[in-house]
Design a protein around this ligand. Structure first.
Ligand SMILES: Cc1cc2nc3c(=O)[nH]c(=O)nc-3n(C[C@H](O)[C@H](O)[C@H](O)COP(=O)(O)OP(=O)(O)OC[C@H]3O[C@@H](n4cnc5c(N)ncnc54)[C@H](O)[C@@H]3O)c2cc1C
Ligand SMILES: *[C@@H]1O[C@H](CO)[C@@H](O)[C@H](O)[C@H]1NC(C)=O
Ligand SMILES: *[C@@H]1O[C@H](CO)[C@@H](O)[C@H](O)[C@H]1NC(C)=O
Ligand SMILES: *[C@@H]1O[C@H](CO)[C@@H](O)[C@H](O)[C@H]1NC(C)=O
Ligand SMILES: *[C@@H]1O[C@H](CO)[C@@H](O)[C@H](O)[C@H]1NC(C)=O
Ligand SMILES: *[C@@H]1O[C@H](CO)[C@@H](O)[C@H](O)[C@H]1NC(C)=O
Ligand SMILES: *[C@@H]1O[C@H](CO)[C@@H](O)[C@H](O)[C@H]1NC(C)=O
Length: 662
């Protein structure tokens, strides 16, 4: 049974310590302004009980009838949770009224909710409001929540993605919070909120998301959405924000047969918080294959699909967003709708690749489930340098021979995922292939495909030891041959490029591109590279996903770190080297980049991250979100706002968000 009784709601309030400790959450103000106890007469949780007891708990919605009921109970502040009913031209007036210089409501502003109002919000959400305590606070001896054992645990598990995904506000790229309250610095600094939001709502039902959306829109609060916080650009952070934490929306349902105008076959219905690992596990259980990223913690229906999403299966089945059959979403006006090929079609187009935190809060998606596939491939680790068998010159000759064959491999549903790390100035390189594989291919065919390259390598004296594998399903290939990626490194930033197939047409142009990539690596950049071509399979409905992806056969992520504590001038120089120098040289060959693994400072992000789809995405954004309720760096429409007090060479999320232009 999922009926949330009032008694339970009030008990839950008790679990939210920071508010409950203040004694505020159990009281409420009536229309006369008197503070009265909150009980089953004065307040009721703001969600309709499900009509069907078997229904997903997360489908419980906020309705006009409930709001009318709450208003009838003469509670204070209920109008802060009303939907916005304006549409079309009326709604665009809302946008016009927001003048340049206006900032999102921040703590200390007149419009910032009182603790009492936060308490009402907490009650309505059934106690789902969490006042932010940064994850590192337990490491600060002068902080009320200091806990040496918990601190040791966090320090030990810091680079594991779950440590951050399971916390309401922690993120995997601490750079953008201003590296505030880092657990490592507990004995030497103060814990402040920095770029962390002020509050988070732990969403387990649609109604909590609707309440948060309405509340933030009415008060002009900065609103962010955090799922797992894998984002590399600081998108799931924001100083003074209210955060909607979708990580706990975990439903997975398998449907044997689904029919849409363009698809007929099996499908999986997944909540917004379902992680890649959970999705693959479920698909394996039902004997099907699902398209997700390579890292197990990344959220499938969250930022991953919203941003397009590349996968080991992308050359065969397209981007993650090409798998989507329908999307459930809470819109900026607070309404909960479904977008598909037959309803809300503009939204359906935009939500598949147009970016996270832009058009609303996605609560669930239905995605295609493909038949089981054979997986054959290879892994290796090869080093070059004067203490190895491979001189650098031979290493690069071998690499160029591999790169030269990318167009022919892309014809073969390839996924070639490898990393090159310089071992230090003049000390050679380490190249890890993890893995190179072709979904659906037998090992014999795979070996035949790679043999010509291996023959070339042998002829030039390149030493390598391939380790081949074969599995009759994707899940085993993925669990056995993919690395676990560490996260939460500070002092590190990455950028990316999508190199189109046409760059190989002219050999001189192609070789100049190889030279430029090599020189960037020589200058200290890592190169995480993917040989794949996520073109949309025939019959896939058009979508807002980056048009540059469709042409790409080589996706490269580059970047570098810097020593902690360097001066602002040195820091600026590193940032400019990545964005202007390295990316400047490579943009000539690959104008596109990938918004989920891109450069937060990408100068023309509209073209790089969205390609020919930007203008239509922006039109849809204006219509659906005339309030600019959703904002994230490099998101569609984000150019209209900026973080106050930031140098233009690094977007930390530590200042106020203010409007710059119309
Ligand atoms: C170790 C690692 C491996 C990766 N591997 C891959 C890969 O193989 N392929 C690939 O394509 N990408 C990969 N990525 C990048 C990944 O796609 C992005 O980081 C993506 O944004 C993660 O989405 P999330 O929901 O997990 O993270 P979050 O940081 O929580 O969210 C990312 C963005 O989406 C928004 N968002 C989240 N949930 C919702 C929602 N319910 N509704 C609306 N907006 C929402 C957030 O506000 C934010 O703007 C990887 C990242 C890491 C750190
Ligand atoms: C919005 O419209 C609904 C349905 O017509 C109505 O019940 C509700 O009161 C309206 N809300 C506001 C804030 O006007
Ligand atoms: C309105 O409140 C009454 C009494 O508190 C309750 O019985 C009824 O179910 C509520 N209606 C809705 C739509 O929540
Ligand atoms: C941290 O790691 C240890 C050892 O790997 C494990 O026992 C513990 O449960 C982890 N803690 C968290 C919070 O993940
Ligand atoms: C802080 O100092 C204490 C006592 O010396 C030590 O046990 C602890 O590990 C230190 N904490 C951190 C985060 O370095
Ligand atoms: C949330 O993160 C998980 C794990 O990365 C992912 O599978 C899911 O799709 C994400 N949800 C959304 C709405 O992005
Ligand atoms: C290898 O090259 C590095 C960097 O140039 C140098 O420091 C080192 O001494 C060399 N080692 C040998 C064995 O030549």
């Amino acid at each position: 049974m999922v009926v949330l009784s009032l008694q339970r709601a009030l008990l839950l309030v008790g679990a939210v310590l920071p508010l409950a400790q203040q004694g505020l959450a159990q009281t409420i103000k009536n229309t006369e302004g008197e503070v009265i106890p909150a009980n089953d007469i004065t307040v009721a949780p703001a969600a309709a009980p499900p009509t069907d007891p078997e229904a997903d708990p997360e489908t419980r919605q906020l309705t006009d009838a409930i709001l009318a009921n709450l208003t009838a109970h003469e509670l204070s502040d209920i109008d802060l949770f009303h939907f916005d009913n304006t549409t079309g031209d009326d709604a665009s007036q809302v946008a016009k009224r927001t003048s340049v210089g206006t900032c999102k409501t921040s703590p200390g502003d007149m419009k910032w909710p009182s603790r009492l109002t936060w308490g009402v919000f907490n009650l309505l959400t059934g106690g789902a409001l969490i006042e932010t305590v940064p994850i590192g606070a337990v490491c600060y001896p002068n902080n009320g929540v200091y806990d040496a054992a918990k601190c040791a645990d966090i320090l030990e598990n810091w680079t594991q993605s779950d440590t951050h995904a399971n916390d309401p506000t922690s993120v995997m790229s601490p750079l953008y919070s201003g590296e505030t309250c880092m657990p490592q610095n507990g004995n030497s600094s103060q814990c402040t909120l920095g770029g962390f939001p002020s509050y988070a709502v732990k969403a387990t039902g649609i109604y909590q998301i609707q309440l948060a959306v309405n509340f933030a829109r009415k008060l002009g609060l900065r609103l962010i959405v955090k799922n797992t916080s894998h984002d590399f650009l600081g998108k799931s952070l924001g100083s003074g924000a209210l955060s909607i934490w979708t990580h706990n929306l975990k439903k997975i349902h398998f449907h044997q047969s689904v029919k849409t105008p363009s698809y007929s076959g099996a499908a999986l219905e997944i909540g917004a918080g379902v992680q890649v690992g959970e999705l693959y596990e479920a698909a394996n259980k039902y004997g099907v294959t699902a398209v997700g990223g390579e890292c197990k913690g990344v959220g499938v229906s969250g930022g991953y699909i919203a941003g397009g999403g590349h996968s080991p299966l992308s050359t065969k089945f397209g981007l993650g967003s090409d798998q989507v059959l329908s999307v459930d979403v809470v819109l900026p006006n607070g309404r909960f709708v479904t977008a598909s090929e037959t309803q809300n079609t503009d939204l359906f187009w935009a939500l598949r690749g147009g970016g996270g935190s832009t058009f609303g809060v996605v609560t669930a998606m239905t995605v295609k489930a493909h038949p089981k596939l054979n997986m054959a491939g290879v892994t290796w680790t090869i080093s070059s340098g004067n203490d190895t068998a491979n001189p650098d010159s031979v290493f690069w000759e071998a690499m160029y021979a591999y790169w030269a064959k990318f167009p022919e491999y892309a014809e073969q549903d390839v996924y070639g995922y490898s990393m090159i790390f310089p071992r230090g100035p003049g000390a050679g390189y380490t190249w890890t292939m993890n893995p190179w594989m072709v979904p659906g291919m037998s090992l014999a065919d795979f070996k035949a495909m790679v043999q010509p390259l291996f023959d070339e390598w042998t002829a030039i004296g390149f030493e390598f030891e391939p380790v081949f594998f074969e599995h009759d399903n994707f899940y085993d290939a993925w669990t056995r041959h993919f690395p676990v990626e560490g996260v939460a490194n500070s002092n590190l930033r990455t950028a990316s490029r999508l190199f189109p197939r046409s760059a190989w047409d002219d050999v001189a142009h192609r070789n100049a591109m190889f030279d430029e990539v090599r020189s960037v690596v020589d200058e200290g950049s890592a190169l995480i590279q993917y040989n794949m071509n996520p073109a949309a399979p025939a019959g896939t409905p058009a979508s807002g996903a980056n048009s540059h992806w469709r042409e790409a056969i080589w996706f490269g992520i580059m970047g570098t770190g810097w020593a902690p504590g360097i001066s602002q001038t040195e820091l600026e120089a590193v940032q400019r080297k990545i964005t202007d120098n390295w990316m400047g040289r490579l943009r000539v060959y690959g104008p596109g980049g990938y918004l989920n693994e891109g450069d937060v400072m990408e100068p023309d992000f509209a073209d790089a991250f969205y390609g020919t789809n930007y203008d239509r995405l922006l039109q849809i954004k204006r219509r659906v979100d005339p309030y600019d309720l959703f904002w994230a760096p490099t998101a569609v429409g984000s150019e209209r706002w900026r973080i106050e007090g930031q140098p233009d060479w690094l977007t930390l999320q530590t200042g106020k968000l203010c409007k710059v232009a119309n």
